[in-house]
Structures are given as C-alpha cells and as structure tokens.
Design a protein around this ligand. Structure first.
Ligand SMILES: [Zn+2]
Length: 306
C-alpha cells in the first residue's frame, strides 16, 4: 500500500509543471497536452511562467499548470491506446484499468485535480484545457454546459461554440463542467506551429485576468487581448454545433483538401471520401475541425451562427 501511495505521488508530480499562490479561495487550473501531439499548450505554459514568477500576487488565488497525457507527450502521439480526452466518464473512473497507459493517466489526473487541488469543491475552480488541431487556422473556445463556462468562453472574443461539449462524451471539459467548475477548452491553432503557442499564451493571460488572478492592466494581458481580437476579425463569434461526423476505427476516411475552421460550406457539398463513398454536407454552415491526421474519432463538425 505504501509503495502504491509513494508511486502515486511520484506519478502526480510528473503532471505538475508549476504551481503558484496561497489563497485557496480561488483556483485556476491550466492544462496542456491532454493530447500528446499537442505540445503548444505546454510551450504556452512555459512562456507564461517567468512573468508570473515576477508579477503574481500570491494572495489572489492559486494557479496550477498541468501536463495532460505525459507518456503520449513523451512519444509525441495523440494517445497511446485510447484518447484520454474521451475517457472522463464515471464508469471509467470507477474501474481501475491500471494496465492501460491512458487510463492510468486518467486516474492520476483525476485524483490530482479533484482531490488534491479542488478538494472536492468546484464552485471556485476554473479549468482551462489547451488544445490545437490538424486543420490550418481558426482559433475558438468551447464552453462546458453551464453559464459560468459560457461567460468565460464568450469573453475571449474568438468564436465560441455551444452544444459541442454535450456531443463529445468523455471530455475533461464536460466532466469538470458537470461538477460546477468554470470549464473551457481553448483551441489555439494548428498543431506544432509557433502561432498556436502564441495564441494559447494569449488565451491563458486573458483568462487569468478574467478570473481576477492577474491584473488586467498588465501589458501581457492587453497585448494578448489585442492578439485574440486580431485573429478573430471577420469570423462569427457565437456558434452552435449542428452536426458531428463521428468515425470508428475501421473506416477509411479522407477529408478533401482545403478545409479549415469556419470555412463556409453549402448543403450537399462533397467534404470527404469514406470507404470509397463521397461524404456530403448534410447542411449549410461552417466547417469545424476537419481531420487531417491519422488518429482521431471525428472526421469533421459543422457549426452554425447563433
Ligand atoms: Zn486536442
């Protein structure tokens, strides 16, 4: 038992990049690398730490910078066996699948966030989950299904998408949202591009100021807000999901080239080829997260302006 507990502590430490602050009245968790190929989130966190070390007022609250799927990050792969960001379900947490790497990461992160950081109290906790995507361009935010999360997602100024979290069972976003946390995914740009790191860095500064953890007058915050505004020019702001093209592993799916987030699409437009059949758009709207990588459980999504 003791060895297990010691091991658990060692394992948890691997997920903690840095922590700041003393006042437990407000807690802000920023997580990078839930998907192991999405290193930009971890880079953005490392961008912020030096300034925070100089400027953070520890009485404002606590900030935790965490890494998501550590073994997958080491390999630069989205996940090892199972997508960690589809495993956040009570039935998975109740069983102890210790032998499967991604389930092990789930259990460690769950215990770290729920027990150690939040101490089973969620109303004063924020969760910002940093991601990138395989398409080119189109930064956006996804709120969990509660009003506080919606308000934070709206505040970035980038497009934000309702009804997406409900369509993706097993995300950390929905799991913590259901517990009453202010929970938002920030999708910062194309995998492994410097621009994605810059956008994610801006997203973190904005949301820390939004939550009152850093002073909104800091130059880092105002520059970040300017950047988020610039990259969203001409894009719709408030959207909702109308279609998810779900894949299973046996399907041979190939997206047509040239799609990117928020590209307008017409009804019946040919979007992809799947098992030698053309996939047509069931409705008009905007393209979201077209899949241009091997691993992924969704081919694309369609969103509409609200
Ligand atoms: Zn991701």
């Amino acid at each position: 038992m003791l060895t297990f507990l010691v091991q658990m502590r060692v394992d948890k430490q691997k997920h903690i990049i840095e922590q700041f602050g003393e006042n437990a009245n407000r807690k802000f968790i920023v997580l990078g690398g839930m998907h192991g190929n999405e290193i930009n989130g971890v880079e953005a966190i490392h961008n912020i730490i030096p300034s925070l070390k100089k400027k953070f007022d520890t009485s404002k609250g606590q900030i935790y910078f965490l890494k998501g799927n550590v073994p997958a990050l080491e390999r630069g792969e989205r996940f090892l066996d199972q997508d960690l960001n589809r495993l956040w379900l009570d039935e998975n947490l109740a069983q102890n699948h210790q032998s499967i790497a991604d389930y092990l990461s789930l259990n460690i992160l769950h215990e770290l966030i729920v027990k150690d950081i939040c101490q089973d109290r969620f109303d004063n906790c924020f969760f910002l989950d940093l991601h990138t995507f395989s398409a080119r361009s189109g930064v956006f935010a996804i709120p969990a299904c509660n009003q506080k999360s919606l308000a934070l997602a709206r505040s970035f100024g980038v497009p934000f998408i309702e009804k997406l979290s409900e369509m993706l069972p097993g995300t950390a976003l929905s799991y913590f949202g259901r517990k009453g946390m202010t929970s938002v995914v920030f999708e910062g740009g194309t995998h492994q591009t410097p621009q994605a790191t810059e956008n994610l860095t801006a997203g973190i500064w904005h949301s820390l100021a939004y939550a009152g953890l850093v002073d909104a007058a800091l130059p880092e915050v105002s520059q970040s807000r300017k950047l988020l505004q610039q990259i969203s020019q001409g894009l719709p702001h408030h959207l909702e999901l109308i279609y998810r093209h779900k894949l299973n592993q046996s399907q041979n799916f190939k997206m047509e080239p040239g799609y990117y987030n928020f590209k307008p699409i017409q009804k019946n437009e040919s979007l992809a080829v799947q098992n030698q059949h053309v996939v047509e758009s069931p409705d008009a709207g905007f393209m979201l997260m077209p899949l241009y990588q091997k691993k992924g459980s969704d081919g694309f999504f369609i969103v509409k302006e609200k």
